[in-house]
Write a protein that binds this ligand. Sequence first.
Ligand code: THU
Length: 153
Amino acid sequence: MIKAHGLSRARLKSLVDAAKAARKKAYCPYSHHPVGAAVLTDKGRIYTGANVENASYGLSLCAERVAVFNAVSRGDSKVRAIAVACKDARPCGACRQVVMEFADRSTALILVSTGKDDGNDKITVTRAALMLPGAFDPLASGLLPQPQPKNGR
Ligand code: THU
């Protein structure tokens, strides 16, 4: 079985398919730029999201944040991998920061660039942390307490 950043080929395919299916639910009458995202959590569950725009443009939300907030609001907040599907997949800076809040160093980021939607997707697997060097860190900044070692030492 081929592994990509700790993900089996089957898992990777499920996540890519889920992001592409979610993309079909995008509400994007202003940009006409549909984006889908799918989050795999450490519990092995997949949560999806699509971008949702608004006539007051600034209120629009990206697919990645919808997917992450979907997972977190269902009590499943440890992100193992996230896939993003759109014409040319490159998550915006705000979404990268939001992903990092729930990611760890090994969290995979799967970019599914669908191009002309002719079935020739370009899939790149990287790590979320590599896409946002020097991310604002709630632990380093002291905003969250340092996790205590399990043995109490
Ligand atoms: N968008 C996303 O959903 N994710 C990205 O990674 C980049 C941009 C959305 C926001 C907006 O609805 C549309 O794409 C055009 O910017």
